[in-house]
Design a protein around this ligand. Structure first.
Ligand SMILES: *[C@@H]1O[C@H](CO)[C@@H](O)[C@H](O)[C@H]1NC(C)=O
Ligand SMILES: *[C@@H]1O[C@H](CO)[C@@H](O)[C@H](O)[C@H]1NC(C)=O
Ligand SMILES: *[C@@H]1O[C@H](CO)[C@@H](O)[C@H](O)[C@H]1NC(C)=O
Ligand SMILES: *[C@@H]1O[C@H](CO)[C@@H](O)[C@H](O)[C@H]1NC(C)=O
Ligand SMILES: *[C@@H]1O[C@H](CO)[C@@H](O)[C@H](O)[C@H]1NC(C)=O
Ligand SMILES: *[C@@H]1O[C@H](CO)[C@@H](O)[C@H](O)[C@H]1NC(C)=O
Ligand SMILES: *[C@@H]1O[C@H](CO)[C@@H](O)[C@H](O)[C@H]1NC(C)=O
Ligand SMILES: *[C@@H]1O[C@H](CO)[C@@H](O)[C@H](O)[C@H]1NC(C)=O
Ligand SMILES: CC(=O)N[C@H]1CO[C@H](CO)[C@@H](O)[C@@H]1O
Length: 888
């Protein structure tokens, strides 16, 4: 019996430097005491089923609280909370044992996939008719608009934070006849992911800008900024799954997806996700079922590009799902606010600035520079001299660079500073990230402005700066550094089982769209969150033109009509193509997706790893046109990416991974092929792997098969594979410090040494569980971190020699004498670069309580594609011994 670990994943930093366990990374986390159950098929959740299920839980002292009914043709089940004081491992195994239950999962939490907003404004009145919006030119949407294709008659369901439908560009109303015609608020303003959702029928949201921005990308109508959505005449559904802050649980996501499906959506889109890379999460399972039932789904590929390869995201990693990566806009739209300054009361000037998320209130103060030397690269990175003046009445000028904005902020806040102007050390402006609570206002000004002010101050002049927030100007200068290339934040695959994702990429970096009116109406956001609704809009245009297209064909057309882009690391563009596991089919081409009469039956070809190498792949090419077409085939390799930094390491390298140009040699069964109108032909593809790769570093090769038709169609079919055996990759590396024993009461997870005696209370037993709240109790907490993903992680209890005498019947598991799995284990389908904890209350998976004594825990993680019955296919490591006692 397998179920997920049910302990809460902490976000606090680990004491172990080897694992990137720092708090600012998105981690998998679950709702404490929260579960989703799927009932067996024959059951429907009639109210008596539900009440008898809950009364069974009550009989087991679980004190259940109902969360949601999950009842649809796709999924039948419930979600609920139980008493968090119980041993959750035992709870989960008791629930899974109930005959009515097909499967139980903890409720996982997911996040939106966007980044901080740039400032905004209400803007002026003007409009234009032809589509010159930079992202629409990039994706060839402008050409479809010129043909009159606008998504009319299609229904796009947006699973997000709700929509400000009062926005004039989003129709100004909600309900039948409005642009936002469908939807539901599944959660209410106060929902944060862990508490109980309070639904209502109105999906309005003004407090959370994400969904309104996403909605504008799909379907904004005319507005003062002269842009529209990709499918401006589409009808929208707003399914609200986030409150004003926090995350969303997968029970809510399952309910939202099945609702949208049953409301008849033509496309369902969600810019939501969390690291996973396996296809078995309950939400992922439901999305794949909806695709199989006929509704295409677009999901954000995720924003953890910084983590490197093999870092897929749920539910983008689902089978049949269209995962969307992000490309940076060729323009950098920006709302620049202007302030004024004077030098020695005489020279007056204006300067543009970009405020931090904390804002920049109206102030008029003398400017004070930490360093009057504007070439000081590490300005304010060290504590300021003790004799620094009181900075409370100053506007502090600091050069960007070397250390974080917050380090600089803390160093000046130590002397009373409240307002900071950073000047850039690079072209353009970015919003500085300042969270220091002592800082009230912060903003960035241009490098030129900062250098000029520093020079004035160095010359002994007084500079007075006034900010009143009155003048904001929109501009959209070209982005010639990263524009048209993959955004550095876009997540890298392949999935943990070598599936090729994402399917396609679209403009997602620096995107202008609508914001709630109360947040100014318009703004710029970045993320795969922004790329995903773009593709949903493209699918709406495809459905308008060809209503009979099924989700798999839509996915294949999108994946093969895109344009591969060259690699860019955020600073420099290289002359080789970005790996397929970063860009999928490349930049979406809406025009080609609608007009191609050549259809390939797959979105990409996965050659798997060397142990499961696909010796002969194939694709079927169909000519849906009315005349015969001759196709010519060729191929081009993309860069091969190394997962690991060097031969000896086990931990994947962060962005940018090392890339080499050595790629596969591709052989096609024909170099040229004539396909009659309405007919199909099969092309066989075989690969020869490059011989000169460092296989221990887990190289991932890829490329594109070019398909050029005599009718003008031009397609590229992505292929990718792993040039090593994934079973050889270490998943659990004891040199990183994992696994180890800490205590459940320490949320910084400091390892405890082997002389620690844990004291567990069994006085207040319900199902033999306990809490560690009473004074003096210390509960062991097993902490595990993986360097690569694992689908099965065992944690078996080993008695010490002195304790062994207590037991006559130990069991041999995978060749090792143990007492059995600790309750709550094995743990399944864990991503890498993630650490989690399992409390040990002295109870084993089969419910038996072990005697007081000294034990250690043997952790064994199954390597990718390993055989779960073969001990050699696991990486293993044992914790230090620890001693448990009980009190009554
Ligand atoms: C959309 O289609 C409907 C009919 O389905 C038609 O009445 C309406 O005029 C169309 N709207 C636009 C903007 O083309
Ligand atoms: C929108 O287009 C009009 C007419 O071409 C132009 O005057 C106006 O400046 C544009 N607005 C923006 C924000 O570019
Ligand atoms: C600028 O004007 C203020 C107020 O009028 C005055 O106190 C200050 O001395 C002047 N500074 C210079 C450099 O003239
Ligand atoms: C990129 O843009 C900047 C500012 O817009 C400009 O100064 C620079 O010459 C451009 N570089 C290239 C290679 O076009
Ligand atoms: C690779 O092979 C393994 C083992 O047969 C299989 O489980 C997995 O699904 C394959 N991956 C792909 C992308 O086909
Ligand atoms: C094409 O590949 C599929 C598996 O992906 C296989 O079932 C089929 O037999 C192959 N067709 C040909 C003609 O080789
Ligand atoms: C058990 O816990 C409950 C509340 O958590 C408390 O009211 C009760 O006194 C406890 N019982 C014992 C025997 O400690
Ligand atoms: C457990 O302890 C925490 C922190 O000390 C406290 O906030 C919480 O209320 C306690 N819970 C119970 C049930 O006593
Ligand atoms: C290991 C252990 O203590 N198991 C007990 C759990 O609680 C039930 C019901 O009280 C007992 O029957 C078990 O012996």
């Amino acid at each position: 019996m397998l179920f997920n670990v049910v302990t809460l994943l902490a976000l606090a930093p680990s004491v172990l430097a080897a694992i990137t366990d720092n708090g600012d990374k998105k981690k998998r986390s679950v709702v404490p005491g929260g579960y989703i159950v799927e009932f067996e098929d024959v059951m429907s959740i009639a109210s008596d089923t539900k009440s008898s299920f809950y009364s069974d839980l009550s009989d087991k002292q679980m004190n259940p609280t109902h969360r949601m009914d999950l009842s649809s043709s796709i999924f039948k089940g419930l979600s609920f909370h139980v008493d968090t004081g119980l041993d959750q491992a035992v709870v989960a195994s008791d629930i899974q044992a109930m005959p009515i239950v097909r499967k139980v999962w903890p409720i996982s939490l997911y996040d939106k996939q966007d980044f901080a907003t740039a400032p905004w404004t209400n803007g002026s009145n003007s409009s234009s008719s032809s589509d010159t919006f930079s992202t629409h030119i990039m994706g060839h949407v402008d050409r479809l608009h010129a043909e009159g294709l606008t998504g009319n008659g299609t229904f796009v369901a947006i699973i997000d934070t709700g929509i400000d439908y009062n926005h004039p560009a989003l129709g100004g109303c909600f309900g039948p006849g409005c642009k936002v015609a469908h939807g539901y608020d599944l959660v209410g303003d106060n929902y944060d992911g862990t508490n109980i959702p309070v639904p209502d029928p109105d999906p309005y949201s003004g407090c959370n800008e994400h969904g309104t921005h996403v909605a504008g990308i799909v379907a904004a109508g005319t507005n003062p900024y002269n842009f529209t959505g990709v499918a401006p005449d589409a009808t929208l559904g707003a399914y609200r799954v986030f409150g004003c802050s926090g995350s969303s649980g997968d029970d809510v996501l399952i309910d939202a997806f099945t609702r949208a499906y049953e409301d008849g959506a033509d496309i369902i889109t969600a810019s939501i996700g969390g690291p996973n890379g396996w296809t078995e999460e309950p939400w992922t399972v439901v999305v794949s079922r909806i695709v199989a039932a006929g509704t295409p789904c677009t999901l954000a590929a995720g924003n953890d590009g910084s983590e490197g390869l093999f870092y897929g995201s749920s539910a983008a990693d689902g089978i049949g799902v269209i995962a969307v990566g992000s490309i940076d806009n060729i323009e950098s739209p920006v709302f620049t606010t202007y302030g004024r300054y004077s030098i020695d009361n005489s020279t007056n000037g204006q300067f543009g600035y970009l405020a931090a998320a904390i804002g920049m209130p109206n102030v008029s103060l003398p400017l004070w520079a930490v360093s009057k030397d504007s070439t000081n690269a590490a300005d304010a990175c060290e504590p300021l001299p003790a004799d620094t003046a009181d900075l409370s009445g100053k506007l502090v000028l600091i050069r960007r660079g070397t250390c974080t904005f917050d380090t600089k902020a803390a160093n000046v806040a130590a002397f009373g500073a409240q307002y900071i102007l950073f000047y850039n050390n690079a072209p353009s402006l970015t919003s500085p990230s300042v969270t220091d609570p002592d800082i009230i206002g912060a903003a960035m000004v241009s490098a030129d402005q900062g250098v000029s002010w520093a020079a004035s101050l160095a010359a002994g002049s007084a500079v007075q700066v006034s900010i009143d927030g009155k003048l904001t100007v929109f501009s959209s200068p070209p982005n010639n550094v990263t524009g048209g290339h993959m955004s550095t934040f876009s997540m890298w695959n392949p999935t943990n089982e070598a599936y090729v994702k994402p399917e396609i990429s679209a403009p997602g970096g620096n995107i202008l769209s609508t914001l709630p009116l109360e947040q100014g109406g318009y703004g710029v956001l970045s993320g795969t969150s922004m790329a995903t609704p773009f593709v949903a809009g493209v699918v709406a245009l495809m459905k308008q033109a060809r209503p009979d297209l099924d989700p798999y064909t839509i996915r294949s057309i999108l994946g093969t009509t895109g344009h591969p882009v060259t690699f860019n690391d955020g600073k420099t563009t290289y002359n080789y193509l970005a790996p397929v596991v970063q860009q999928g089919g490349g930049e979406v081409d809406a025009f080609a997706a609608v007009h191609t009469s050549t259809v390939i039956d797959v979105a990409n070809l996965a050659f798997n790893d060397t142990a499961h190498f696909v010796k002969e792949a194939n694709f079927t090419i169909t000519n849906r046109g009315s005349s015969d077409v001759t196709y010519n085939f060729d191929y081009v390799n993309a860069a091969t990416a190394y997962t690991l930094p060097d031969d000896g390491s086990t931990q994947p390298q962060t962005f940018p991974p090392d890339l080499v140009t050595s790629g596969a040699t591709v052989h096609l069964s024909s170099g040229s092929l004539s396909v009659a109108a309405g007919k199909s032909e099969v092309v066989i593809v075989t690969l020869e792997l490059p011989k000169d790769l460092a296989t221990a570093r887990i190289p991932v090769y890829s490329g594109f098969i070019d398909i050029k038709g005599s009718n003008g169609d031009s397609l590229s079919l992505p292929y990718a594979g792993v040039a090593s055996s994934l079973k050889d990759a270490t998943v659990l590396d004891p040199s990183t410090g994992y696994p180890y024993i800490t205590s459940t009461s320490d949320n910084t997870f400091v390892p405890l040494n082997s002389s620690t005696v844990f004291t567990i209370s069994i006085a207040n037993t319900t199902i033999n569980g306990t809490t560690d709240n009473s004074t003096g109790l210390l509960i062991p907490n097993l902490r595990i971190g993986l360097v690569m993903p694992s689908s099965l992680i065992r944690a078996d209890l080993i008695p010490s020699n002195s304790t062994l005498g207590t037991y006559t019947n130990t069991t041999t598991i995978l060749g090792v004498k143990t007492l059995g799995a600790i309750a709550g284990t094995p743990s399944v389908y864990q991503p890498r670069a993630n650490a989690w904890s399992t409390a040990f209350y002295g109870v084993l998976d089969d419910g038996t309580r072990v005697a007081p004594g000294t034990y250690s825990i043997l952790v064994r993680a199954l390597r990718i594609f390993g055989d779960a019955t073969n001990p050699d296919d696991y990486d293993s490591a044992q914790t230090d011994p620890f001693t448990i006692r009980y009190v009554h």
